[in-house]
Design a protein around this ligand. Sequence first.
Ligand code: TRP
Length: 442
Amino acid sequence: MMIMTNKQNPAPQRFLTGITTTGTPHLGNYVGSIRPSVAASTGASAESFYFLADYHALIKCDEPARIQQSTLEIAASWLAAGLDPERVTFYRQSDIPEIPELTWLLTCVTAKGVLNRAHAYKASVDKNTAAGNDPDADVSAGLFMYPVLMGADILMFKAHQVPVGRDQIQHIEMARDMGQRFNHLYGEHFVLPQALIEESVALLPGLDGRKMSKSYDNTIPLFTPREQLRKLIAGIVTDSRAPGEAKDTEGSALFQIYQAFASAQETAALRQAFANGIAWGDAKQTLFERIDQEVAPMRARYQELMQDPAKIEAILLAGADKARRLATPFMRELRQAVGLRQLAAATVPATKSKAVKTGLPVFKQYRETDGRFHFKLLDAQGGLLLQSDGFDSPRDAGKAIALLQAEGAAALTALRPKLQPVPGVSDEAITAALQGLADNAS
Ligand code: TRP
């Protein structure tokens, strides 16, 4: 057999990213996340996980209908943009019960002080402090715990690379730290992830020239109808240069958006048109047609999918199935690692008693020198719990044992005349032992 080194046979890289389900996808999301992710997911050696981070959505949004609608729209957008759920694992976070379970295990290895320094939480605290309010005013524990939930998302699926925006780098580093700490305490279970920042993906400007973002209310929805798209593009801010006057590409939101969709050749042509004094109205028309050309086929698929939410639901559930085939056994392994274990397999200090080996109480039947038949009940450590008087036959002794096994402590009253008192043994101890036997038998 040939042994390959890592270099010759690199393990497939696993990519994972989540999308918080609070909004409607816009062109900025498409250029910055959806398009590059879909392209990467078709790469031969890549293994990709994409999920709808609806637990994260609850941190920011308390409108149930909006979360549902956003989940539907984001799922439909990714599918319409060409994400192939057969090739990738595409699922909804809240369909994976192992995620909140892992969140708790990670919570217990995360220093509170580290979470105090998480950007999103710190920003809220700083704002409150500046306003003279209580530092934690209006801060939910969910916001505080945000990085741990995200750590669980990433560590659960042993992702190597996590494509995210710059604002998320700190969270990936925290996930790394959680993984490292856990591995240190409980053995090597987690892969330590890295943030993947696409340098080449430009930030798309919005209608007002600032970064396109829901919080600036300057977005162009990705699948807005064609006529609406035309109207929105007409609203992009420009300067007041008249037709015939040369235009500046530098700092032009219109030009930057065009560049994100056009080929190098097309971009060069528009640059030339700017220099030649193209009218803003014509430049907007050019941009509109270029975007629509790319978006129109996807828009048709999107609208079709939006008509069929049951189909999207089925796709997500199939994705969750696929994801849980990894998460369920991994969670079992992690529970075992931290000591959340079945007790039947517990190691019990060894003594000579047979009962000790099985860790269970045991009945013993024997014949005394007087020729009569007795039994006793020993606890798991071999200690005496019950001691009978003599019975005439082994059958009679066996019947008494069977009665105790069948009825447990309830049989004690009837049998009392045939039992000898055992000093220091309470009825509770006998009851517990009989219960233990019954549980083991069932
Ligand atoms: N917090 C991310 C965002 O707002 C979304 C997200 C949740 C995520 N879990 C994740 C991204 C895990 C990457 C990996 O963009």
